[in-house]
Design a protein. Structure first.
Length: 375
């Protein structure tokens, strides 16, 4: 999964990026376009299930031969979490669709991401220049307008090409594609958002999602607030109740990144906050893209793998190895909670909690899976 961090200049994009990577990589400065080339970082997805699975595997492998503390120290397998790639993209300004500022670079970089994290400035700081930013609603409109204008230019070319294909083909699918492109064009010309446009025909879903359009990418709106109002904003029902909105204090998150895990937990507790903004950001990004994690657990490693919601077992096997789909025989699956309750694979088998499933089984979030494939 690749998420692009976008927004107007000086809204806190690079500060957020530094916090995500827990180190100061991006230049965070009080002037527009401090970021020119995009900074790219890979961030582990927080998943406490992996730690517990690693403990379970270590204890089961050791059996009664050694005491539990020694087993956990000597036999604990390495943990490999799922990851998200974040891209800190240069600030966009009004007129970017016609090349103003770093518009052309901005637009080319954003086309390469799966989802957009749109940072909106919702804090007051006289020492940080506004650089075109007014308020969250106005800033959001500025960015979305520029993306829409850029897409209208792209759509003109796409429609010309699709009209020719629709005339030359007897397949009604090509005509349907043309109608969808014109519908998107009409929506953008009317100033509407097309991010939630639904395509009901499964044959067209993949085609539509791969169009080189910016406005159809999933967007998470991230309200970057000041430290003094962070706790109150986190309880704002107009923000927390929506799947595509998130409140965060990028400055605080960057400061938290410099602390130890114990210090972070204590500091958040003092603020009345249960988890870091970065943890909430990654979870929301997963939800936004319709992603889940299934798990594998053995003596070599305990690992989380990312797949789309609704993925079948033989398709999920591909993320482990490309040959696994065609060599798939069956898989053994147990819910994470059931495995932890059992305390070991052996006891889970005794209870009949491990299922043997075929290729059409739909993988669920938290499934612990062992694939059986032919040699």
């Amino acid at each position: 999964m690749k998420c692009g961090i976008v927004g107007l200049p000086n809204v806190g994009k690079s500060t957020l990026f530094n916090a995500l990577l827990k180190k100061r990589v991006a230049l965070s400065a009080n002037y527009p376009f401090a970021t020119v080339e995009p900074n790219v970082g890979v961030v582990a997805v927080p998943d406490e299930r992996l730690e517990k699975l690693a403990d379970l595997v270590a204890l089961e492998e050791a059996g009664d031969k050694v005491d539990p503390s020694t087993a956990l120290r000597m036999n604990r397998p390495p943990i490999v979490p799922a990851v998200v790639q974040f891209v800190d993209i240069a600030g966009l300004v009004k007129g970017a669709s016609t090349g103003a500022g770093l518009g052309n670079q901005f637009l080319s970089h954003i086309r390469e991401v799966d989802a957009i994290v749109h940072v909106l400035r919702d804090f007051e700081d006289a020492q940080v220049a506004r650089a075109g930013s007014e308020n969250p609603d106005a800033d959001r409109l500025t960015v979305e307008t520029e993306l829409g204008l850029a897409d209208l230019q792209t759509l003109e070319k796409l429609i010309i090409t699709q009209e020719a294909q629709a005339r030359a083909s007897k397949d009604n699918l090509e005509q349907q594609k043309l109608e969808i492109l014109k519908r998107v064009q009409d929506e953008l010309n009317a100033g509407k958002s097309v991010g939630r446009l639904t395509i009901n025909d499964g044959r067209l879903t993949s085609w539509f999602s791969h169009l080189p359009l910016l406005s159809i990418k999933p967007v998470l709106y991230l309200y970057n607030v000041g430290e003094e109002e962070y706790a109150d904003k986190l309880r704002d029902p107009s923000l927390i109740a929506q799947d595509d909105k998130l409140v965060i204090c990028a400055k605080l998150e960057e400061e938290l990144a410099d602390l130890s895990e114990e210090e972070r937990i204590q500091y958040l507790k003092e603020l009345g906050i249960e988890e870091t903004g970065l943890e909430r950001l990654i979870k929301k990004a997963y939800l936004l893209l319709g992603l889940i994690s299934f798990l594998t657990a053995g003596e070599k490693e305990v690992r989380a793998w990312t797949v789309k919601l609704g993925t079948k077992a033989h398709q999920a096997a591909v993320v482990i190895h490309t040959d696994f789909e065609k060599k798939f025989i069956r898989a053994q699956v147990i819910e994470y909670e059931k495995l932890i309750e059992a305390g070991s694979y052996a006891f889970a088998r005794q209870k009949g909690w491990i299922q043997t499933i075929g290729k059409d089984y739909v993988v669920q979030d938290g499934d612990v899976v062992e694939f059986l494939v032919s040699s």
